[in-house]
Write a new protein. Sequence first.
Length: 231
Amino acid sequence: MNGPRKTALVIGASRTLGLGLAAEYLRRGWNVIGTVRGSRRTGLHDLAEASGGRLTVESLEMTDPEQISALRDRLARRTLDLLFVNAAITRGDIPIGEVPADMFTEVMVTNALGPMRVVESLRPLVAPAGTIGVMSSDQGSITLNTEGGQDLYRASKSALNQLMRCHAARHAEDTRTLLLMDPGWVRTELGGPDADLSVEESVPGVVETIERHRGERGLHFLDYEGQVVPW
């Protein structure tokens, strides 16, 4: 590999898409920092042991602002070429009028507020020509919502997209690339067993799309095939 290795920080890398992203960047010769919740051993720890020191594991509960600040302090001497935030939960397909307030808050904090806190806090660690990516979904697209369902999950992803637009507008002079990524319908705990894609089919496309748009200023909402997703 020519020159110093690039470094990616993948938030939420313990399993499925996050773990797949960490593995794919390792395969491409990068150094990777991946975060997990708590101290439980995960697939990321196994990947780290086999990485020859190129993958390090950090602990982060993304809904805790103090833990985000502590992670920023621990990584203060690192320069990131990519910050990618991968986190989402769903609590079932419940009509919005039946969603309890505490469930609404939990999903919105996890899927929208938490990721944006990470972006805002860790942005200074990303190189001026680097990339900040957040895992979104085509279910966050208002244009594409013609069938309804998954009210709360859709709303949380739309909120995430809007908040990234706010971030991009507030930092309009920034030279970093900002990406909202739709990984497709993937067979994960969230996507379910009937989804179209495996993690192994989705992740290389996500990474290829991220790398293809490196150096392009502004915010882009794209899918794993590199296609623009309508707002």
